[in-house]
Design a protein. Structure first.
Length: 156
């Protein structure tokens, strides 16, 4: 079972927010909760706790970070982990969201050890069709300074 401080550290790493600067039991203000970078998690925590203004404790407990209740746990050698991921991919899902079990190291281990095995099996790409994320996703490139037109339309 993860200790609350371990879960909080993982949550801070994922959200790029230092929750240690807030009181553990102190509810967040509406303004603090307005951060778009953690909107999805915020909504999940509010739904789970029923609190309009959850605290750091609520985020730690409701997020499941660092706890073994967020989904399947793939554990073993890179080949064993790839076997489990392949089985899940073929029968139960269309992709994965990985949660670190320790910081630092978890994501690096997956990239260095498991991804090559998944690539060998044809389950993870080796190359991307474009040179940018926009190209890879097939999104059009906006015209230069098009953001100005958007702002001007909103002001009108």
């Amino acid at each position: 079972m993860a200790k609350p401080i371990d879960s909080m550290a993982l949550l801070c790493e994922v959200l790029n927010v230092d929750f240690a600067t807030w009181g553990y039991e102190q509810p967040f203000t509406d303004q603090e909760l307005a951060s778009p970078s953690w909107q999805s998690l915020r909504d999940k925590v509010i739904a789970k706790t029923g609190k309009k203004n959850p605290s750091v404790r609520d985020f730690v407990e409701a997020s499941g970070r660092g706890q073994l209740n967020d989904g399947p746990v793939f554990c073993g050698t890179p080949t064993q982990v790839a076997d489990e991921m392949e089985e899940w991919f073929k029968t139960a899902c269309d992709g994965f969201v990985l949660s670190a079990t320790r910081i630092p190291g978890s994501y690096e281990d997956v990239a260095r050890l498991v991804v090559p095995e998944l690539q060998r099996r044809g389950l993870f790409r080796r190359e991307y069709p474009g040179t940018t994320l926009r190209d890879t996703l097939g999104l059009p490139r906006p015209a230069t300074h098009s953001w100005r037109q958007t702002i001007e339309r909103r002001r009108a």
